[in-house]
Design a protein around this ligand. Structure first.
Ligand code: ARG
Length: 463
């Protein structure tokens, strides 16, 4: 076996198995934490200097060295060495090479355990803000599209069966609501994770006079963690963040599924731009909604990451175990996945048009006005359950007589079913009229849609 010397492994014999070197390393994926790692180290050094655990001259050298290292990594000139295991050791070793004894003081009162826990929190704090911006941009695109279709009506489906007429705008705004919950869920997640574990050390804290509050303040954390044993292994925020990404994926997959159906010729409700379709290598006529299918398919990546993270956390013995190194793989995967899907969805939404004439031409199918007719009877004193039965009978009658819609029944036929029905029934019987007549707050007609669009435009401007 080969021999190697690591400054932090004097306890070991130095025997090296290449297989183990590659198995244990996280540098290949945690190098993306380099900026937050350096920011965290600078704050830690500032605190050490303020506590007289290093001199101001040493602090200055450390800062200069760390900034140089940051620039080298950004420029792609930094020589990453996999035997350094992770970004923390890679940066520290480079610092020692640059600054000697000053660099050797940086890790005073610190362990990679509290360091990595801090780094992920710092990284995630920024990432959440970026994710929230992607959400807002998609919401704006949906609101913009909704504005074009407040008065256009489409069928809403329950159980994928035609149910009630709705404004196309209301349909689009339903996704704005889901995304608003995603946005505020991320905000909650950010608030909970915004506490600083630095100073917890390996597990028990430190006998040195570290000023944890100062480090936390320098890094913009709202508070410190209060139990070092918990702090070094708490990854609740990772699971929570991946869950947030998973719900984003779930919501986008619903939009994708709808629109894949809506582009099928059986529906023909929408036309997405060619840029978001592909053709077939064999069938020349094909125009496939692959981007939407991928948004739907990538939900698997999000859910996979969530199950992986929860499984890593399950039954781990108290405090830090190397299992936790795997957390970043799944956090990064879920995060990149959600960001990519949000951006793709925004582009698709911004380049989609509804075929309103085709949708309108099909509105007489499916007795979309049946519930409104039952409510017409309720307004004339018929108990709802009885009204429901009367309308059910009328629908069956239409089907038996080959009539496509309730309005095709004669007034005599209506009166025979219920003497509370008068000539004005025909006004209540058409999907666009029903949509106009929706009265309840939050209902799916043009009046509520217009009010909601106004609300969202204001709200999303501030966000
Ligand atoms: N690369 C490790 C991780 O991501 C850093 C912490 C390692 N700590 C240790 N004591 N081996 O979790």
């Amino acid at each position: 076996m080969a021999k190697a010397e690591k400054s932090w492994e004097k306890r070991l014999s130095g025997s090296v198995d290449e297989l183990a070197v590659h198995f244990v390393e996280s540098l290949s994926f945690d190098r993306r934490l380099y900026k937050v790692d350096i920011v965290g180290s600078i704050a830690h050094a500032e605190m050490l200097a303020a506590q007289k655990l290093m001199t101001n001259a040493e602090l200055a050298e450390i800062k200069r060295g760390l900034i140089e290292i940051g620039e080298e990594i950004a420029a792609g000139t930094f020589a990453f060495d996999v035997t350094q295991e992770d970004i923390h050791m890679a940066v520290e070793s480079a610092l020692i090479a640059k600054t000697g004894d000053a660099g050797r003081k940086l890790h005073t009162g610190r362990s990679r355990n509290d360091q990595v826990a801090t780094d992920i929190r710092l990284w995630m704090r920024d990432e959440i803000e970026i994710m929230q911006t992607h959400i807002t941009l998609l919401q704006r695109a949906l609101v913009k599209l909704a504005e074009k279709y407040t008065d256009a009506v489409m069928p809403a489906y329950t159980h994928l069966q035609r149910a009630q007429p709705v404004s196309i705008a209301s349909y689009l705004l339903s996704f704005v609501e889901m995304l608003a919950r995603d946005w505020s869920r991320l905000k909650d997640c950010r608030k909970r994770l915004n506490v600083c574990p630095l100073g917890s050390g390996a597990v028990g804290g430190s006998t040195l006079p570290l000023d944890r509050t100062k480090t936390a303040e320098l890094l913009g954390f709202a508070d410190i963690t209060y139990n070092s044993i918990d702090a070094v292994s708490d990854r609740d925020f990772c699971a929570e963040y991946i869950f947030c990404c998973s719900l984003i994926a779930a919501h986008l997959s619903r939009l994708a599924e709808d629109w894949i159906l809506y582009t099928a010729s059986e529906f023909g409700f929408i036309r997405t731009d060619d840029a978001y379709c592909t053709s077939s290598s064999m069938m020349p006529q094909k125009r496939n909604p692959d981007m939407l299918e991928l948004i739907r398919g990538k939900t698997g990546t999000a859910y996979g990451a969530l199950v992986a993270m929860l499984t890593i956390m399950k039954a781990q013995p108290s405090t830090y175990n190397r299992d936790l190194q795997e957390d970043k793989l799944h956090v990064f995967a879920a995060s990149d996945n959600a960001a990519a899907c949000l951006q793709m969805a925004e582009a698709i939404v911004s380049h989609t048009a509804f075929n309103t004439s085709k949708i309108a031409a099909g509105l007489d199918e499916g007795f979309l006005d049946a519930t409104a007719l039952a409510e017409y009877l309720v307004n004339r004193g018929v108990p709802f359950r009885q009204a429901h039965g009367i309308v059910g009978g009328l629908v069956a009658q239409c089907e038996k007589e080959g009539k496509q819609k309730l309005a095709d029944l004669s007034i005599e036929q209506f009166k025979a079913a219920c003497d509370k029905i008068h000539e004005d029934v025909y006004v209540a019987l058409n999907p666009a009229g029903v949509c106009q007549a929706y009265k309840t707050l939050g209902s799916a007609g043009p009046t509520a849609a217009k009010a909601q669009i106004k609300y969202w435009k204001e709200k999303l401007k501030e966000q």
